[in-house]
Design a protein around this ligand. Structure first.
Ligand code: ADP
Ligand code: MG
Length: 494
């Protein structure tokens, strides 16, 4: 058990900087496993997806699943990697009960993808590229459960042989926030590509963090620890924050950081030593003799490049340049592919891209969160949203009626047209200028002292008059015209 980090003041902490490299394992959503035709999906009854290859029985031979190679190339292209047209599987040897063969088939010296990068944008900071060292293909091990039985550890081999891509970053990450932004960007990319569901709670995306600290200005890296078992973005951040303080306090006390493998306990927020350097395993990597190297063709890789969907990074650029949105609006819209797709569909019906963005990031996003559904499953059509936008823009209904009455009615009866809803609710603004002037007279007469306040420079009281007008008209006035006439009237009383 690691000692609780000594209390450090901000001044001491501020002398140091974090250096972090992440290893992310993405479980692929292929139908079958990487070297056999066993189903690869999560959640089956234990030990059902276990033909002799998954069990590692003698005499069985692996055969690579073409879909896994396809997914690896897609992810490599999406993250600007070089694709190694010749790449190879290796054996990583270690003994553990959930690894029936006694070795894991992975890629060591010749991984399928090399040298890419992922662009991250964290709040209020310019975007930054995190370089990737490699992406390689490998098989998952089975799952050991040590807490289900008093006497025995239980093993489920359904997961043995499920395909993984391991995405290894360079140590370019400098804070817990950047680490979180990077992990969520990778999750977005695998989801956009449809290669992994990105579900961290179910273990589809798992993350190990290599963490070191050094004095600011120092060019050499410090000695790192590798924290295993990080199953959420929040825990990744907690582990980094904890390790930063722990490592700084060890160094400040004149100690040295040992290159250990650590476990993170989510309940206590503390890391502890899982394996010390002395216990480090020698995996005796060597080329997998049962499979020849993979030879890919340039044409095949290029044909996959053409199938790539537009990724968040490209969409953000497009939304900013073509649709004139702010970066934060664009980032928010692209967090989820289904949401971004829905936004783009609205944008085919309206030119008011900003309003469309407000609708999607506001009421639609709230509805998605509330229902726990995908944007495409809400039953609301992009066309309906565009119709509401155009009714507001043309002054036929006002914005608060649109958000507070039309939208909720549409949610309840998505099959009704917006036109029907607006008429049923009697929301069409039909107050003509004469009527409006009369209402303004009424409002102004009601609060003579506020008129005087306005004319002395207290412009804020206008809200009160607008509220009164809305009340008097039942919401059926055009706020822009009302605002203009109201000011004219009040100023004429100076
Ligand atoms: P290994 O061969 O032990 O797996 P690698 O060189 O492959 O080590 O690095 C594994 C991960 O550790 C990479 O993500 C890399 O960016 C990161 N890393 C390497 N050195 C450091 C360091 N000094 N501090 C933080 N992270 C590091
Ligand atoms: Mg490694």
């Amino acid at each position: 058990m690691a000692a609780e980090p000594k209390k450090l003041n901000d001044e001491v902490l501020d002398k140091y900087e974090l250096v972090i490299g992440l290893e992310i394992h993405a479980q692929l959503s292929t139908k079958t496993k990487i070297f056999s035709s066993d189903p690869a999906f999560f959640g089956a009854e234990p030990n059902k997806h276990t033909t002799p290859i998954s069990l590692g029985l003698p005499g069985t031979l692996p055969k690579v699943n073409r879909e896994v190679v396809t997914y690896a190339v897609k992810l490599g292209l999406a993250t600007h990697c070089r694709i190694n047209l010749v790449n190879r599987f290796d054996r990583k040897n270690y003994f553990y009960a959930d690894l029936p063969k006694g070795y894991q088939i992975t890629q060591d010296e010749l991984p399928i993808c090399k040298d890419g990068y992922v662009t991250i944008s964290s709040k209020d900071k310019p975007s930054k590229q995190i370089r990737l060292n490699r992406i390689h293909m490998e098989e998952d091990a089975g799952k050991s459960m040590h807490d289900r039985d008093d006497k025995y550890s239980l093993i489920d081999l359904n997961r043995a042989g499920v395909p993984l891509l391991e995405i290894v970053s360079e140590p370019d990450i400098r804070s817990a926030e950047e680490a979180a932004a990077y992990l969520s960007e990778v999750r977005k990319i695998v989801r956009y590509l449809g290669v992994c569901d990105g579900n961290m709670e179910e273990g589809s995306l798992r993350c190990d963090a290599n963490i070191s600290v050094r004095l600011k200005g120092e060019t050499e890296y410090g000695c790192r620890c590798e924290v295993k078992n990080l199953n959420s973005i929040r825990n990744l951040q907690r582990a980094i924050t904890y390790e930063f303080k722990r490592q700084v306090s060890v160094i400040e006390e004149g100690g040295k950081i040992d290159q250990n493998t650590l476990n993170f306990d989510a309940a206590t927020g503390v890391t502890s030593v899982l394996r010390s350097k002395e216990m480090a395993l020698d995996y005796r990597y060597f080329p997998e003799p049962d499979m020849p190297p993979l030879h890919l063709t340039e044409e095949w890789v290029e044909s996959l490049r053409n199938t790539l969907p537009e990724l968040p990074e490209q969409r953000i650029k497009k939304y900013m340049t073509q649709f004139g949105l702010s970066e934060s609006d664009a980032v928010q819209l692209t967090n989820d592919k289904a949401v971004a797709d829905f936004y783009e569909e609205i944008a085919t019906y309206t030119k008011n891209y900003k309003s469309a963005s407000n609708w999607v990031n506001g009421p639609l996003q709230s509805l998605i969160n509330e229902k726990g559904k995908d944007a495409s499953e809400l039953g609301i059509s992009a066309k309906s949203i565009s119709e509401i936008i155009s009714l507001v823009d043309s002054g036929k209904i006002n914005n608060s009626a649109a958000t507070q009455q039309v939208f909720p009615a549409l949610v309840n009866s998505p099959d009704k047209t917006v036109d029907t809803i607006v008429h049923e609710l009697n929301l069409v603004i039909d107050t003509d200028e004469d009527q409006l002037s009369q209402l303004i007279d009424q409002a102004v007469n009601k609060f003579p002292d506020k008129v005087a306040e306005y004319n002395k420079g207290k412009k804020g009281v206008l809200g009160l008059f607008m509220g009164e007008l809305m009340k008097l008209s039942g919401g059926k006035i055009d706020p822009k015209t009302a605002n203009k006439l109201l000011i004219q009237k009040i100023e004429s009383l100076k």
